[in-house]
Unconditional design. Structure first.
Length: 261
């Protein structure tokens, strides 16, 4: 369908969704958005495209979508309309009219994700859908040493699912950091990169938690990268805790961006 192209920033709680991408007989974020926009388009079918295909249970605070709407409509009115007909798990934060050449996925130059870990001795029930529970003592200094080795440009084959459909597994991490929220005892990991492989962050996190609780040493990260073997890295952690925070379309906006030599 041709029409006027709109770009929107959305936030969603992914707990009850089978991921972003439409699947037969499954409840998905894309499916819910398409139903909402199609309703506003008076029944004319509208296809929604996302910047990233988040997995089941993954959340987003800064997912970007685009779609072609069949007739002109004020952006504020479109945003109000979308928020009135979408499920309460999804909120549209911004809408803007864009050129027909804009594509939410293909033009993205970088993305930012966070992964939260509940490190309390006993699980906090208010964090159970948003933080991965790991009760064992964690060493921040060792984790930071490991994160330093992950930053930069590497072949991340060891940290990619064997089901990844990407032949080129070289990616650049501009930022790999961690902060601890002393009030909730959550560890918040942040990853900013030019792209991420299937399950890459969840495998990185499975490996980093092994460093955190002493099962591995930080220096092993270099060996894991060099191995280019999925078996060399840690387990794939649950999607609980993972959140798409931002999508960047200009390199100047990417935190920690450095031009490749």
């Amino acid at each position: 369908m041709t029409g006027l192209r709109y770009k929107a920033k959305i936030v969603y709680d992914g707990t009850q969704f089978f991921g972003f991408q439409v699947q037969p007989d499954r409840r998905t974020v894309q499916g819910e958005l398409e139903k909402a926009v199609t309703k506003l388009a008076k029944g004319q079918e509208v296809r929604v495209h996302g910047a990233g295909r988040t997995d089941a249970g993954v959340h987003a605070r800064g997912q970007i979508i685009h779609f072609d709407f069949p007739f002109a409509i004020e952006v504020d009115g479109l945003m109000v309309g979308m928020n009135s007909v979408t499920t309460s798990e999804i909120t549209v934060l911004e809408v803007e009219r864009v050129e027909d050449t804009f594509h939410a996925r293909y033009l993205a130059k970088g993305k930012k994700y966070s992964y939260r870990v509940d490190n309390n001795q006993f699980r906090d029930p208010f964090l159970r859908y948003y933080s991965y529970y790991h009760r064992y003592p964690m060493n921040k200094e060792k984790v930071e040493k490991a994160l330093t080795q992950l930053a930069g440009t590497h072949d991340f084959t060891s940290f990619a699912s064997t089901h990844s459909d990407k032949e080129d597994k070289v990616r650049t991490l501009y930022q790999a950091s961690v902060e601890v929220n002393e009030d909730t005892n959550e560890w918040i990991f942040t990853f900013v990169g030019n792209g991420f492989l299937y399950n890459m962050i969840r495998i990185l996190m499975g490996t980093l938690l092994e460093v955190a609780d002493g099962r591995r040493e930080p220096e092993e990260i270099q060996e894991i990268i060099a191995a280019k073997d999925r078996e060399a890295a840690g387990m794939t952690l649950s999607s609980v805790g993972l959140c798409m925070e931002a999508v960047y379309y200009e390199t100047k906006d990417i935190p920690g961006y450095k031009k490749e030599e």
